[in-house]
Design a protein around this ligand. Sequence first.
Ligand code: NCD
Length: 312
Amino acid sequence: MAAKPDFFERDVVSMRDFDRGQLELVFQQAATLERTPGRLDGALEGKLAVLLFFEPSTRTYSSFQVAAETLGLRVSGFSNPKGSSVSKGETLHDTIRMFEGYGADCFVIRHGMMGAARFAAEITDVPVINAGDGRREHPTQAMIDIYTIWKAFGKMDGLKVGIMGDLRYGRTPSSLSYGLSNYQVELCFIAPDALQIRPEVESFLNRRGVISSKETNLRSVAETLDVLYVTRIQKERIPDLTEYERVKKLYEVDLAALKDTKPSLKVLHPLPRMGELATEVDSAVFAQYFAQAAAGLPLRMALLNMILGGAE
Ligand code: NCD
């Protein structure tokens, strides 16, 4: 694939930075790769991807690692700061400078601090991909989420998407909402008041004219939804869980909760799941979350290849 001018050497920090045309370019490249696996194997031979994960991860780290290695990139960095000099107090700034000196061609960074990826992008000219910055954003997850919906429905416009769970401390609901604001979709945020979507996300959606509503109960909207995006409670970020513990039954999805939904409903979840999505849903037609996780590989391969300018 020739370098795509919209993507070549660009940072991926926020979903607010991507328009519909750019997202669809990534989706098309990912879909082409799914149709013809192997076509990009080794395309970025000799380059170096540096993965800096200051917070735990399973899917994101491993799918970036497998994506990068399949493209022929060498992979360095760490998946756990405990085993690195970060545990001695080394700063993000110095860590980046050091790997820059080793010839990094791109950084993939997950960090607990909001704005970490933007900060990183300001101190290095090497492209930076945000793999999660605190509760703020997780743009490549949102690309995977929208790609999964795009493939399942063959369209985006006209869909009603329910986003449920911890919308306040989670970073996937905000990135997903920003990405979906490029389409004529209706959003419904389903959460207890204490965990509702953050004001900055809401005001962004309002500025873009996105139709959205807030609900405290899945039951009242379930039958109107085309997509239900379930998220876990971010226990590691919530200061007080008492209120949530009291109402959590309302946000647990099992087959009974889905009984009056559209037969075409798709249930997504960025995973990991805790108790909010019952395993009995896995074998129902609604379940899309394992396909969603699997889509992470072609999508991240396509994205890395576009940013690093691999051959056609
Ligand atoms: C998400 C994350 O890290 O924000 N996980 C992921 O990347 N698939 C969701 C979560 O941890 O709840």
